[in-house]
Design a protein around this ligand. Structure first.
Ligand code: SAH
Length: 543
């Protein structure tokens, strides 16, 4: 039995999806942050549970051949990067495996359909967007930077290897203005003070810079002076915007924007087209990798001139508009009004007129389009991390497109949705991971689904647990939850435990399994499994 503070000599053999090293001690999985596969080390146990433990490297006896020395002196404190201590090649292998494991275990697809990850030419300074909290340091001076991992302590941006180099000069000017005018900073506990976030965006190809100040106010004292100082110090400044956020919330931006300088947006060039981006609209944070992603999506979409393309979760219209010249009609759907405005403007900016953009929730818009008797030949889906609503997948299958191109930033929710699509007769034909976020664990995947052939390698054995869920049961199936828990924690959880957890937390169960209260003979869920199930259900947005 492992004990806290005990030290064991062992080898790191794998990574978790969060990028922690994994080793096995006395048959138990131990998770070790900042370790590298191949490290031989003395591991000190920090915390144990019944089935797994957490540890840290006490002494690194023989470093993994994948190790490199981190090129950032705040690497371990900051938490923005996970992989500055291993080679880029081994990071790519981790990402390839992450997508492979999710798609084969949760999605049930044949692993041979997954192509090699598309790598990044450049793994530094690629982020074109920073949302930096504004606080006070211990001397009462205004400070701007990232929150250290799992804390509210701010780390400054000076040495950041991910953010655009266009940003540090803005921060210096902003701090000079805020400190010399004693502008107050927002305190989330008391909900008082003005400055909340400094939100920066940089259009890499056009060298246009946007500065957006997120404030707990409709106006700033010395607003004109700030604009003047920014204009004087930043030759590439294109827009200054004040965003008002007076809500008690973790959400960074509020709904209201007021332009203090310029047009209120910047314009970048992506796939040789111009895209206007305003503060509340989504734009891919890694421009050059986004081009590679879109190219692969276009290849999978394989569009014909008489076809209709539906671009779901379209943001400022980027994916659809880069394919619009290939099709008869493009319809884009997006929920954020400013992004839809941008998308419409982007169509005319690029001389594209065969488009319709709809501002609505994707699932609702799909239902409306289906009722309008619109049958897209190809549907591109690019949802946020939580993936698609299952009702959207139902409606899409009723629309019966020839091809669905699914662009995903979370392999687990992609895999869940792929499984749902397979139940509707749509199967993955091919999938490729794309590295949009070097030095982090995040990985994008683009997958082509169609009705052509089922490549499912395994038929999962179903017994009690695999009675089809009732309508009230949501999203992930028991198999998917089990696979997720296994992949993340190494634990095996039974259907009974998942059911019990759902019951305890008021998630509706199938009727025949939920008529009475739990019998005393039913074992209760051990706490570590309960935590693992809870994590999985959160992941699948079921709680
Ligand atoms: N395809 C775009 C945007 C992808 S990000 C691009 O590559 O730039 C996902 C987008 O989905 C965001 O713009 C977000 O605002 C939008 N979104 C989030 N939830 C949505 C919903 N329920 N319905 C429609 N759009 C949604």
């Amino acid at each position: 039995m492992l004990k806290k503070n005990d030290i064991y000599k062992t080898e790191i053999i794998d990574y978790t999806t969060e990028g922690s090293g994994v080793c096995k001690i006395d048959g138990m999985a131990v998770f070790v942050p900042s370790a590298a596969v191949g490290d031989i080390a003395e591991i000190k146990i920090l915390k144990t549970t019944k089935n797994y433990a957490f540890g840290k490297i006490e002494t690194l006896l023989s470093p993994s051949p994948d190790r490199i020395s981190p090129d950032c002196n705040i690497f371990h404190k900051c938490g923005g990067c996970t992989f500055r201590h291993i080679t880029y090649q081994s990071e790519l292998a981790f990402k390839q495996k992450r997508v492979y494991d999710a798609l084969t275990r949760i999605g049930g697809i044949d692993g041979s359909l997954i192509g090699e990850i598309i790598d990044a030419d450049n793994s530094s300074f690629y982020r074109n967007k920073a949302q930096l909290p504004v606080t006070l340091d211990s001397d009462g001076n205004v400070k701007v930077g990232f929150f250290a991992q799992r804390t509210h302590r701010v780390i400054t941006l000076d040495d950041c290897q991910l953010q655009s180099r266009a940003f540090p000069p803005v921060i210096n000017i902003f701090l000079e203005w805020a400190n010399s005018n004693h502008i107050s900073t927002y305190d989330e506990k008391t909900h008082t003070g003005i400055l909340r976030h400094l939100y920066l965006r940089y259009a890499e190809k056009t060298d246009e810079l946007m500065v957006c100040i997120v404030a707990n106010a409709n106006e700033l004292r010395k607003e004109k002076q700030l604009v003047q100082m920014l204009c004087d110090g930043l030759p590439n400044l294109k827009s200054v915007v004040l965003n008002t956020n007076t809500d008690k919330t973790n959400v960074i931006t509020g709904k209201k924007c007021r332009t203090l300088y310029g047009d209120g947006y910047i314009t970048d060039i992506l796939c040789n087209m111009k895209f206007r981006i305003s503060p509340l609209s989504f734009y891919q944070v890694n421009r050059s990798q986004a081009e590679k992603l879109y190219k692969k999506a276009a290849e999978f979409a394989d569009l014909k001139s008489n076809e209709t393309l539906l671009d779901m979760y379209c943001g400022t219209g980027t994916i659809g508009l880069t394919m619009a010249d290939k099709v008869k009609t493009l319809i884009g759907v997006e929920i954020i009004p400013q992004a839809v405005e941008d998308a419409k403007n982007n169509a005319s900016l690029n001389g594209i007129s065969n488009t319709e953009f709809i501002c609505a929730d994707a699932a609702k818009a799909a239902e409306t389009l289906r009722k309008r008797n619109i049958h897209p030949d190809c549907i591109v889906l690019d949802p946020p991390r939580k993936g698609c609503e299952s009702s959207l997948i139902d409606t899409i299958s009723e629309m019966s497109p020839k091809r669905v191109v699914y662009v995903s930033c979370d392999p687990a929710t992609l895999s869940r949705d792929v499984k749902l699509f397979s139940e509707k007769g749509y199967f993955v034909q091919k999938a490729v991971p794309v590295d949009l976020f070097p030095r982090t664990t995040h990985v994008e995947t683009v997958a082509l689904l169609s009705k052509l052939v089922s490549h499912c390698s395994t038929e999962v054995e179903f017994d009690l647990e695999n009675i089809p869920p009732t309508k009230t049961e949501t999203k992930a199936t028991y198999e998917q939850i089990k696979s997720y828990v296994k992949a993340n924690t190494g634990l095996d959880v039974s259907t009974l435990y998942i059911s019990q957890f759902k019951h305890k937390h008021g998630i509706t169960e199938r009727e025949n399994y939920n008529t009475g209260s739990w019998k005393s003979s039913v074992p209760t869920v051990p706490p570590e499994k309960e935590a693992a199930i809870e994590d999985a259900l959160r992941h699948f947005q079921m709680i």
